[in-house]
Design a protein. Sequence first.
Length: 107
Amino acid sequence: LHFPLPTPAVLDGFNMRIEGAIVSFRTRDHGCVHEVIIYDGESRIAEHMDLDLRGDHLEHRFDVPGNPEIHRGINVVLGVRFDEAAPDVRSMQIEVIGVALEYSGTD
């Protein structure tokens, strides 16, 4: 699942830095979020792999190491998986409530 987020690179004369992404989601028993990858344009700036996140994660924060300056625009990608033994489609449901960014400015 791909979420392009409008992101200011410069705000009031300050270069913006990304600190992290917050993803709000919940899964049913046979679905999971297994990776979260954060991009600045086409450059991968953070990856959180092999997660197996299930259940309610209504304010899950994912750090961006080094808090780099933003150059283009931030994209957050959620990798999802579904169990083969799921009894029905509904048991594999993943509900994404929102994706947000934490960023700060530097001069």
